[in-house]
Design a binder for this molecule. Structure first.
Ligand code: URC
Length: 288
């Protein structure tokens, strides 16, 4: 039996870069968290400690800051592509780059240079590149999109065994914090427009589905993101079931007709799934 090196990657995680764009006295803020991960001809560094093939994670971090200055930061998908292609195209030992970006949004308070950070969801992008001439993929998304339906949700007819205590319900609160990723077919798109359409699809799917389970709602949300966006081929979602339990008020001589709930934070159900078109191209195995 021989022992061999398996798949590996390395990079600088969570590079926090803030770029202020100045239009006279009026400022705009771009605030990102960028994680770079590279792989390629890295046998030597692992097996013998020879670092000749290693573009250091420090250099990767510096590149993110330099590119923010040199090219500005527009749509995060474009910024990710620029970085990923640069690492693979400029370094013969780097064969694959993965750049993941989270974007925090700042709203204007008043005046030209005062901002309040939007406490809501975070826009995300994940770019993979095997170089400008090789396979590439752009996946856009969001996380922490917190949603709640105060009715219109049932859950019954589930399998039961000797450990089942959950009561079936035909009216419950359905709440979740959506993490969603949608895969583009190409690497050129109106990223902002596509983001707004996908987000609207998620919201419509959640609000307009009379839910028999969070799984069913997840599928409806994914279906609506893909419907009408031919540039997309897959949506992946991860949705915690943020349970709201009716409080028993009988000891206090009060009924509780779906009015007072205990919002539990854990444990939570975690419902995850993917919705895709039947012609979605496969993801290269080394990108998983
Ligand atoms: O929508 C739901 N799906 C489940 O799989 C599940 N399991 C559970 O206990 N509650 C729920 N709700």
């Amino acid at each position: 039996m021989a022992i061999v090196l398996g798949p590996n990657r390395y990079g600088k995680a969570e590079i926090r870069v803030v770029r202020v764009e100045r239009d006279g006295v009026v400022h705009r803020i771009k605030d990102l968290n960028v994680s770079v991960s590279l792989s390629g001809a890295m046998d030597e560094v692992h097996l013998t400690g020879d670092n000749a093939a290693v573009l250091t994670t420090d250099t990767q971090k510096n590149t993110v800051f330099a590119f923010a200055k040199k090219y500005g930061i527009g749509e995060i998908e474009d910024f990710g592509l620029l970085l990923a292609r640069h690492f693979v195209d400029s370094q013969p030992t780097i064969h694959h780059a993965r750049v993941e970006i989270r974007e925090y949004t700042w709203d204007r308070i008043s005046g030209p240079h005062s901002f309040i950070r939007d406490g809501g969801e975070i826009r995300t992008a994940l770019v993979r590149s095997d170089g400008s001439d090789g396979p590439e993929s752009v996946v856009s998304g969001l996380t922490d999109l917190v949603l709640l339906n105060s009715t219109g949700s049932e859950f019954h007819g589930f399998a039961e065994d000797e450990y089942t205590t959950l009561a079936p319900t035909d009216d419950r609160i359905l709440a979740t914090a959506v993490t969603a990723w949608w895969r583009h077919r190409g690497t050129a798109a109106s990223w902002g427009e596509s983001y707004r359409a996908a987000r609207a699809g998620l919201l419509a799917g959640f609000a307009e589905t009379h839910s028999l389970s969070l799984q069913q709602t997840l599928y409806e949300m994914g279906r609506r993101v893909l419907d009408g966006q031919p540039g997309l081929c897959e949506v992946r979602m991860s949705m915690p079931n943020k349970h709201h339990f009716l409080v028993d008020l009988e000891p206090f001589g009060m009924d509780n007709d779906n009015e007072v709930y205990f919002a539990a934070d854990r444990p939570y159900g975690l419902i995850e799934g993917s919705v895709l078109t039947d012609d979605a191209p496969p993801v290269p195995p080394h990108w998983h």
